[in-house]
Ligand binder design. Sequence first.
Ligand code: HPA
Length: 240
Amino acid sequence: MSVITTPHINAEADAFGKTVLMPGDPLRSKFIAENYLENAQLVNNIRGIQGYTGTYKGKKISVMASGMGMPTIGIYSYELFNFFRVENIMRIGSTGAIQEKVKVRDIVIGMGACTDSNYASQYKLSGTFAPIASYPLMRAAIEQAEKVNAAFHVGNILSSDTFYSDNKDANEGWKKMGVLCIEMEAAALYMNAARCGKNALAILTVSDSLVTGEETTAEERQNSFTQMMEIALNTAVSID
Ligand code: HPA
């Protein structure tokens, strides 16, 4: 097998499994590899964006960090889909709730991803594109979440370009439209998957509530992250 060198990934052509889990944080990628994958090998470390491939319940699975924001997940998911023949990317990350019913530590499965970003303008569409999750991936993830009795929601999320917005009322409109929570990556991932004819899903844990101001402790974040990660890993095993 030959090595493929893109501007951001340097790995063997077959280095990645068909499914890649994508946390934002490179240390999370390492944590998953060390704690869940068997025979995990580091397959990419350009810019410290750690990517590992190993097996989970006998299936070849990879985990690689995305970094924060739509431009970075846009780059990594594009290269994985187009140059490394990856079929499924599941983002696993954190999110801030904007509805009362969405509590800290809950899990949100992003059925659709609204965005305030201009990412879709590159496609030169004559209207507004609706970035959505892959239905088979989403269905499989819901099954896994039900199996472990997780507290989870399925619905629309917002992928925002700003964590620190100058517009303090920005969330109100999205809240009125029933959007559950805010994160910063899913919409670009869903658009890349759509453009490439591949599959994507975002599974998120609620780390803070923008409604109540409640936040999780580092330990709570770790625990809810573990449940989300296990749902994602078992989803990866249950699909083709
Ligand atoms: N905004 C964007 N991304 C986030 C947030 C937030 O409030 N909380 C966790 N990820």
